[in-house]
Design a protein around this ligand. Structure first.
Ligand code: PHE
Length: 347
């Protein structure tokens, strides 16, 4: 009888172990647990039956066997539970997995207009030479655009055909869209308290011109250096240095041609030829005229200076081989690809 009981317990153990192992979900496992270890479970029933056996060595023996079976099943169920839980988490992770080897979707990025890019490049090169960037208004008073720049009212540059005037005067002065950035020179010198003055000013300028190579609005960048003992050699050095840095290769020729501006004396225009292009005028410059210093209250017996102004569009067209000036303002950026213009470095 005792042997039979022990055999039964062993059969029971085999059955229980295989049921635990084959449980495929936590719910299944719980059913198995209740079946064997629950309050109304099989193990419990064995213990109740043990009570009926007299208090002998056999009883103890059997008791120990059932007890160790209970502990064993308990451990197996806990272990299997952990495995099922981990599998559940893995399944969840798998269902949430992303394929990191997929190539990224192409991003639609905006591009910096080549004019803005060129303005930034120019400012940076001058910053390395110590020129500070300043700004001035686009709607100006004729004093800053013309009078202070030694351009009297009878000067042809003032003609109605060239210049956009506003209807109303302010303080009895005519108001206009600035025709060049040289107005910023005047504003800077008026405000300056210390020397040297060393600035660049970039921005839009307006003239009543419209054809394949002129638009009514275009961009200039102006430079001004005022100090004691400024000379034209420094001006030439600055211009040469700038262009060599800006174009950054050997295919560049630069020539100075004597010229006239009311606000500089002597004056010159600078033409460049880049990669064997024909000569293109890109810049006007000269030594600041004493009348200009007088107009802004700078002692011209002590200080002198040089100034220059250049067209941004032309620089951009040359550097990036852009054929049509009007492309800059067309709002269609596909033409940038056409010219192989890449901006990834500037965003
Ligand atoms: N303002 C001149 C122009 O628009 C350029 C210039 C600037 C010339 C400074 C001399 C000095 O053509």
């Amino acid at each position: 009888m005792n042997k039979e009981l022990l055999n039964e317990v062993h059969l029971l153990e085999d059955k229980a172990v295989s049921e635990i192992e084959s449980a495929s979900s936590l719910q299944d496992l719980e059913k198995v647990r209740l079946l064997y270890l629950g309050k109304k479970g099989i193990i419990k029933a064995y213990f109740s039956n043990l009570k009926k056996i007299g208090n002998t060595g056999k009883k103890r023996n059997l008791g120990r066997t059932v007890n160790s079976l209970r502990n064993k099943l308990d451990q197996l169920i806990i272990g299997k539970g952990n495995i099922l839980k981990a599998e559940g988490i893995n399944l969840k992770l798998q269902s949430e997995a992303v394929d990191i080897t997929l190539p990224v979707r192409p991003e639609k990025i905006g591009k910096v207009n080549p004019l803005s890019k060129v303005i930034n490049e120019v400012k940076l090169i001058f910053a390395h030479m110590g020129f500070r960037a300043v700004d001035g208004p686009e709607i100006e008073d004729e004093f800053y655009v013309f009078d202070a720049l030694n351009t009297p009212s009878y000067h042809p540059a003032r003609e109605e055909q060239d210049t956009f005037y506003l209807k109303n005067k302010v303080d009895n002065r005519r108001v206009l869209l600035r025709t060049h950035t040289s107005s910023v020179q005047i504003r800077t010198m008026q405000k300056a308290k210390t020397f040297p003055i060393k600035v660049v000013a970039a921005g839009r300028v307006y003239r009543n011109d419209f054809d394949a190579t002129h638009t009514p609005m275009f961009h200039q960048i102006e430079g001004l250096y005022v100090n004691e003992n400024v000379n034209m050699g420094q001006l030439k050095f600055t211009i040469h240095y700038f262009f060599n840095r800006f174009f950054g290769d050997t295919g560049l020729k630069i020539r100075f041609r004597s010229s006239f501006f009311p606000f500089t004396e002597p004056s010159a225009e600078v033409d460049i030829s880049y990669r064997d292009s024909k000569w293109i005028e890109v810049l006007g410059c000269g030594m600041v005229h004493p009348n200009v210093f007088r107009n802004v209250g700078i002692d011209y017996s002590r200080y002198n200076g040089f100034a220059f102004g250049m067209g941004i569009e032309r620089l951009a067209m040359l550097k990036y081989q852009i054929g049509d000036l009007r492309s800059f303002y067309s709002n269609r950026i596909s033409w940038l690809d056409h010219y192989g213009f890449h901006f990834s470095s500037l965003r």
